[in-house]
Ligand binder design. Structure first.
Ligand SMILES: [Zn+2]
Ligand SMILES: [Zn+2]
Length: 373
């Protein structure tokens, strides 16, 4: 079997057997088996799921990371190797990322004696719920690592295309819940109550002025209300309405300013309506900050490798790789996967043609990064 076909077979086997974040038991067993069969040493970190392996000798360590978890989505892609697990699907392409880094591992193993140090391979669980990177770091997976690299497939780019950027890349992700507390009343006698629905409606509109009127137009920001719930029938004005939403930013000052404005707007409207609004805030993944030099290095290696390279746009989604970059330098990159349906879509279907090249690219990247002083 050719090298490329082996990687596609592994990808399909992972694709058929997807597991949710933190439950990647069979996936972990498969990856361990494939690495061990290739004579690659596994590091004895204590992990519930996920695998850390290493190739080479010496002081210097470069890390490559793949994520391995899937999503609670019922697959509709129609591919012959569709998910066997009801309601679970590799709809973010982490099966592809895993086979790419497995491929890089095989290539690096073949040139192990020539490596100027060690390459550590992180097969990370639980990316989708943003807990996996933290777990691997806690287990010690970044010990002695000089720089770390990882990828996401990019459905909007053609195969053979590579993109990254220095500095902020993926967004800081926050979640908020707003609980409007009014006073219930008969729908025909609204003056006897304090209508939480009218107040919540004003709140949704007022929140839209944060992005348009409070934040510098040159800064990136998203404020979205994604859930609104209140009332349960047609002739009663409800007492409570709950709203939930998300804020995406790339800069900590902007993020703090948005959080402050949401609280101020909620307090101001509550006061104007004689009601109460409780604001609850949940900090999610932090901004992914690529190291300028390592991002430029990854881009140069991609260009020399033959990829069509371009500078990435800012990404409004979150990515758990950000947590590694909070601890050590490195770069996260995008590789074109040309899927008609996007990430997290039930019909997502990345082009497998990207896998072999990306494996060769990451092996080259790690090998060359070991030579950087
Ligand atoms: Zn995802
Ligand atoms: Zn993903």
């Amino acid at each position: 079997m050719t090298f490329g076909q082996q990687l596609i077979d592994w990808r399909r086997e992972l694709h058929q057997n997807p597991e949710l974040s933190g439950e990647e038991v069979a996936t972990t067993a498969r990856i361990r088996h494939w690495l061990e069969s290739a004579g690659i040493r596994l590091l004895p970190y204590s992990l519930a799921t996920g695998v850390v392996a290493e190739i080479g000798q010496g002081e210097k360590v470069i890390a490559l990371r793949a994520d391995i978890d899937a999503l609670p989505i019922q697959e509709t892609s129609g591919v012959a190797f569709s998910s066997h697990n009801e309601g679970v699907m590799h709809a973010c392409g982490h099966d592809v990322h895993s086979s790419v880094i497995l491929g890089a591992a095989l290539l690096l193993k073949a040139r192990e004696s020539q490596l100027a140090g060690r390459v550590r391979l992180l097969f990370q669980p639980a990316e989708e719920n943003f807990t996996g990177a933290k777990a691997l770091i806690k287990a010690g997976a970044l010990e002695n690592v000089t720089a770390i690299f990882g990828m996401h497939n990019e459905p909007g780019l053609p195969v053979g295309t590579f993109a990254t950027r220095g500095g902020a890349f993926y967004a800081n992700v926050d979640r908020f819940v707003l609980r409007v507390q009014g006073k219930g009343a008969h729908a025909a006698r609204p003056h006897q109550g304090n209508d939480a629905i009218v107040l919540a409606s004003q709140l949704v509109i007022a929140l839209q002025t944060i992005a348009s009127r409070n934040i510098d137009t040159l800064d990136s920001v998203v404020v979205s209300v994604t859930r609104i719930q209140g009332g349960n029938t047609w002739n009663v004005l409800p007492e409570h309405v709950e709203l939930e939403g998300t804020v995406r930013t790339h800069n900590a000052d902007v993020q703090r300013h948005v959080e402050k404005r949401i609280s101020e707007i909620a307090a101001g409207l509550a006061s104007a309506f004689g009601a109460h609004i409780e604001v609850e805030w949940f900090n999610g993944p932090i901004t992914l900050l690529n190291d300028e030099q390592w991002a430029a290095f990854a881009m140069q290696v991609a260009q020399d490798f033959g990829y069509q390279t371009q500078t990435s746009e800012l990404h409004m989604g979150g990515e758990d790789f950000a947590v590694y970059l909070q601890n050590i330098p490195g770069a996260f990159v995008s590789i074109g996967s040309a899927s008609a349906y996007g990430l997290h879509h039930s019909a997502f279907n990345p082009d497998e043609a990207l896998i072999e090249d990306a494996a060769r690219y990451f092996a080259t990247l790690a090998e060359q990064a070991l030579l950087v002083n």
